[in-house]
Each structure stands twice: as structure tokens, then as C-alpha cells.
Design a protein around this ligand. Structure first.
Ligand SMILES: Cc1cc2nc3c(=O)[nH]c(=O)nc-3n(C[C@H](O)[C@H](O)[C@H](O)COP(=O)(O)O)c2cc1C
Ligand code: SF4
Length: 398
């Protein structure tokens, strides 16, 4: 049975979306118009990278193939992220509606939801919702009476690896191989699952698609900023009085967010999970938005009493464990960074080693094969920059 998770603060916009209004509106449009509609909303992917959804769908729609797929990425493995769990628990119909609209737009007849192993308890709930949708003519053959529009959805399980949230590793895992990222190009929109054109979208992106079709692009653009349209769910954890899942429009400043969640007085906030950046208190006027601090939605509040190096150590420990080991910068770089943090904590890190590790971080960002190694140095590098005084005090005594 699915667990109900309370959301905090303001009510969620998803609660106001009429069931199937989006799908009905989409079925009244041509396929090309569906892609243009999403483009017009300026929806950017909610999985972290912020890639424009309409552009991704447009690339896949343009491919000629007998079979295409749309995959819902429900791996949600980024530390500190739990908003997709809320959406899957409370608004699974909206996610499946978004997938169905996506299937229509790109010409896919099968959708797959890739569910993280830790959410196995949600599997029966998702299968029940899918079954109910089949019964209601919302999945299967000739959906809602539209001749020739066939689309169905399956649930597939992950096995607990963080890297399998990366879209090409996810596809490898779905094909039954080790979850290791592929070289790109070709991108999944050209050659994805079983070499067929494939769109991979985050859970929240797909729920947003259903809302946009139900209420329109102008409505969607009333939320957020010019460059970051819409609203967003944030998973808020750590040293605050009211952790939980909150909805805010893009553009909210960190100071306002901390006010809402009872986290004023924090020393820093880690945005975007372990692979994100650590923002010190002096920058709390900055905003959560693609044009300022982009994020998939994880916000970890770091209280005044925390040792910032404990934070860096915790994240790097995670990356050493989760690196798939395929490429050298990531496999060895995370180990070196962790070593530097451990030495700093003991007051034994030689300055030349710290300088070399900073350089190494830059190399990892450009030379790693996938997003894991490209982003794993970010937290430590931002801590070195944002907390230089505190770190300088940990240098070895002469
Ligand atoms: C190591 C790693 C883990 C990732 N984990 C997730 C995840 O759990 N969920 C997700 O939606 N995207 C994750 N991503 C991003 C996906 O590769 C992909 O960009 C995303 O699913 C695209 O969806 P969107 O365009 O709707 O955001 C991850 C990326 C990397 C590099
Ligand atoms: S960057 Fe890390 S996780 Fe990605 S392919 Fe290389 S070793 Fe594997």
C-alpha cells in the first residue's frame, strides 16, 4: 500500500489539475503541435540538468523508426531528493498522463517507468493505477477513441545504484546489462533503448506536462521567472524546523526559502544534492532558478554548528562508493578528493596537495565520461571557495 507523505507549506498546484483534461486537450492537437506546445511553455527538465523538454521531444519526434520509447526516470537517487516519491504516491495519474501525451508527441507506443529499488513498495500502487487507466481506455488500443493511438506503460525496477539515474546507464540497466553510462553521442533521442529513439524524462517533468496541457502555456508562465517558467517541488532536509516537500515558484531566494522552512541561522545550504553546490550564508540573496542556482530540487540546510568538512567528506564518501569505475578521472579523482578532506580535518593537508586536488577537480569536471564524475567535485570545490577562512585554519601548522 502506498504511504501518504504530507507536504508542507503551500498547497500543491498538482492538486488543482483536473484528471485527463491535459490528455483530452492534447488529443485535439496534431502531433507537431504537441511538441510546439511544450516548447512554448519553456518547460525545462526537472531531473537536474534543465534540458528544454520541447526540444528533447522535437529531436525524438524527428527520428524515423518503427519503435520509439518514452521512459520516466523514477530513480530519484540524488542524496536529499524525495519529491518524486511524493508525486508518484499522490499524483501517479498525472505522470502517466504526461507519458501518454509524450508517447503521442514522439510516436512511441510504449512507456516504461524505471523505479528505484528503494521504492519497491510503490510498485503495486503504480501497477494498480496503470491497470485502472487501461480499464478506463486511457492506455491500450485506440486511446479515448482515437483510432490508431496505442500506448501502454510498464514498471521496471532499478537495483539500487545511483549511477543508474543517469539516462544512458538507466537504459543499459533496462536492457539487462551493468548500469554503466554510454558514450554520447549518439544521444538516447536518436539511439536509446534497444537502439531505438528514446525520450527520458524525470517524474516531475512528466507531471508538469499534464498540468501544462490541462491549463495552458500562458498559465504555466505566470509562475517563475522569464528564464525559469513554472513552479517546482523542493525536497528540504537537514537543520531546519520544518523539513519536507514544498512547492515554490522558480526564482525564490534562499533567504525566503529558509524563512518558510524554519532554517534561518543556517551556515550554508547544499543545493542540488551531493552533486550540487554549497552556498554560504553570505549568498542567501541568490535565487533558485536556471539563470542563478539551477537544481533538481534538493535543498539541504547546514546548521551553524556543523563542520563544513564533515559535509564534504560525507558527499565524497558517497561518490567513491557510487562511481561505476569506468573512467579514470572519476574512479581515482573522488578517492584523491576524499583523501584531501580527511587530511584537512586532521590539519595535515599539505598546501601543494590541496592545490593539486583543486586542479584535479577541474579536470574531472571536463574529462569524466558522465555527469556523476563531472559534478562530484562541485560540492568540495564550492566549499573550498565559500569557506576559505575556515579551511585556512585547518592548514598544517608550520
Ligand atoms: C549520476 C546521475 C544520476 C541521475 N539521477 C537522476 C534521477 O534519479 N532522476 C532523474 O530524473 N534524472 C537523473 N539524472 C539525470 C538524467 O540523466 C536525465 O538528464 C534526466 O532524467 C532527464 O530528464 P528531464 O529532462 O526531464 O530532467 C541523473 C544524472 C546523473 C549523471
Ligand atoms: S564519470 Fe564516474 S560514474 Fe560516470 S562513467 Fe566515469 S566512472 Fe562511471
Amino acid at each position: 500500500m502506498a504511504t501518504t507523505i504530507e507536504t508542507k507549506g503551500n498547497a500543491l498546484t498538482y492538486e488543482t489539475i483536473e484528471a485527463e483534461a491535459g490528455l483530452k486537450a492534447a488529443l485535439a492537437m496534431s502531433r507537431a503541435d504537441l511538441v510546439d506546445f511544450v516548447r512554448d511553455s519553456d518547460l525545462k527538465g526537472r531531473g537536474g540538468a534543465g534540458f528544454p523538454t520541447g526540444m528533447k521531444w522535437g529531436f525524438c519526434a524527428a527520428e524515423k523508426a518503427d519503435q520509439k520509447y518514452i521512459i520516466c526516470n523514477a530513480d530519484e537517487g540524488e542524496p536529499g531528493t524525495f519529491k518524486d516519491r511524493v508525486i508518484l504516491t499522490r499524483f501517479a495519474d498525472l505522470v502517466f498522463e504526461g507519458m501518454t501525451i509524450g508517447g503521442r508527441a514522439i510516436g512511441a507506443s510504449l512507456g516504461i517507468i524505471y523505479l528505484r529499488a528503494e521504492y519497491t513498495y510503490l510498485r503495486p500502487h503504480l501497477n494498480e493505477v496503470i491497470q485502472a487507466r487501461r480499464g478506463a481506455g486511457l492506455l491500450g488500443h485506440n486511446i479515448l477513441g482515437v483510432e490508431g493511438f496505442d500506448f501502454d506503460i510498464l514498471v521496471a525496477m532499478g537495483a539500487g545504484a545511483y549511477v543508474c539515474g543517469e539516462e544512458t546507464a538507466l537504459i543499459e540497466s533496462l536492457e539487462g546489462f551493468r548500469g554503466e553510462p554510454r558514450n554520447r553521442p549518439p544521444f538516447p533521442v536518436v539511439a536509446g533503448l534497444l537502439n531505438n529513439p528514446t525520450v527520458v524524462n524525470n517524474v516531475e517533468t512528466l507531471a508538469s506536462v499534464a498540468a501544462i496541457f490541462a491549463k495552458g502555456t500562458d498559465w504555466f508562465k505566470t509562475f517563475g521567472t522569464d528564464k525559469s517558467t513554472g513552479y517546482k517541488l523542493f525536497s528540504i532536509s537537514g537543520d531546519c524546523e520544518k523539513p519536507g516537500v514544498y512547492e515554490f515558484p522558480w526564482g525564490i531566494t534562499l533567504a525566503s526559502l529558509l524563512e518558510e522552512v524554519g532554517g534561518t541561522g543556517a551556515k550554508a545550504v547544499q543545493i542540488g544534492g551531493a552533486s550540487g553546490v554549497c552556498v554560504p550564508a553570505r549568498d542567501f540573496t541568490r535565487a533558485l532558478a536556471f539563470e542563478d542556482i539551477p537544481t533538481g530540487g534538493s535543498v539541504m540546510v547546514i546548521g551553524a554548528d556543523r563542520d563544513i568538512l564533515d559535509v564534504a567528506e560525507n558527499f565524497l564518501d558517497f561518490f567513491v562508493e557510487e562511481s561505476c569505475g569506468q573512467c579514470t578521472p572519476c574512479r581515482l579523482g573522488n578517492v584523491q578528493m576524499l583523501e584531501a578532506v580527511k587530511l584537512l580535518k586532521k590539519g595535515e593537508c599539505p598546501p601543494e596537495f590541496l592545490a593539486a586536488v583543486k586542479d584535479l577537480g577541474g579536470t574531472m569536471q571536463v574529462a569524466s565520461k558522465c555527469g556523476l564524475g563531472q559534478t562530484s567535485p562541485s560540492a568540495f570545490l564550492s566549499i573550498l571557495e565559500g569557506f576559505d577562512d575556515e579551511i585556512a585554519n585547518r592548514a598544517p601548522s608550520a
